[in-house]
Ligand binder design. Sequence first.
Ligand code: KG4
Ligand code: ZN
Length: 350
Amino acid sequence: MLVLGIESSCDETGAAVVADDGTVRSDVVQSQVVHSEWGGVVPELASRDHARNVLPVVREALARAEVTLDAIDGIAVTCRPGLVGALLVGVQAAKGMAFGSRKPIVGVDHLMGHLLAVFLRRAGGEARPVPEFPFVALLASGGHTAIYRVDAASTDRVRELGATRDDAAGEAYDKVAKLLGLGYPGGPAIDSLAKEGDADAIDLVAPMAHARSLEFSFSGIKTQVAALVQGRAPLDDAARANVCAAFQRAVTGVLAKKLFAAAEAEGVLHVVLGGGVAANSELRRRVQEGAARRGMAAHVPPLASCTDNGAMIAYAGAVRLSRGERDGWDLAATSATALPRATRKGRGRR
Ligand code: KG4
Ligand code: ZN
């Protein structure tokens, strides 16, 4: 079965053709650049850019896979969670194509896409063993940060074990990068600068790092960085690198620590990373080394599968289509995830 996947939930327009065994035939991602001067995603600009790009990106995905829409067995589209105006563009484009070509359509929860991205098989990539169910996954992106127990590839078999009470980890990266004048998105810039810095030179702690709970909080560390830089002369390059190193050590340390605490509490031997922050070099290293020490298997997707892409949506859609699931023309775009939530924002004592 071949599925066309369309992603437009945030600032990446993605389209991909993926087979139901996870083989990626094509994966085209157009990252929007209009947001960089604003230091964050501007929803209305995102919608307009998606509307301009969605059909060319789909055409390119079909061309690279060397197929026409006729050869496609179904269309999968991100319908939640995300910016509603941005999601609407993908959903309407998918409906139009599905209607015109008489193909089935399925809506995909973007977080499900990230959780299953580890099953994608990319051309030229090394053969990786896929995780066994149940596994525990850390999903860390610009909009979400949570740990899940995944018993099967279905939203009703996913349980949230803990999530952030405030900012997502990627959001903290982006805000700290903005404070340091490193542009948007901040993750890759901080990741590379951190390698040149000395994490011991600056005292930064990720709140809730020592709490037994599996919840996170990242707004406090952003405030700590703000206190370091605001109202002072701009930091020199060495000082900026030190802030990046200390910030990255604190954030990736707490993410990895709680992922393993969750896996141990659940008695699960497979841990999975997903979401844009899973592209982070220090997080990937910590999770790989931590798993090896504990006799666990770490499943860390290649970078192209971590950040937003259409292939993960196509694969999650293929799983739904294989079960005979279909959506109707009333498929709607929604800002909230379908995954059950356990952590409420801003809840409780830190
Ligand atoms: O999953 P994603 O592409 O979009 C969302 O669903 O949010 O994640 C984007 C986030 C951004 O906040 C970006 O700064 C972060 O992932 N990110 C990284 C790295 N690459 C991207 N964060 C830390 N280190 C990286 N190397
Ligand atoms: Zn995402």
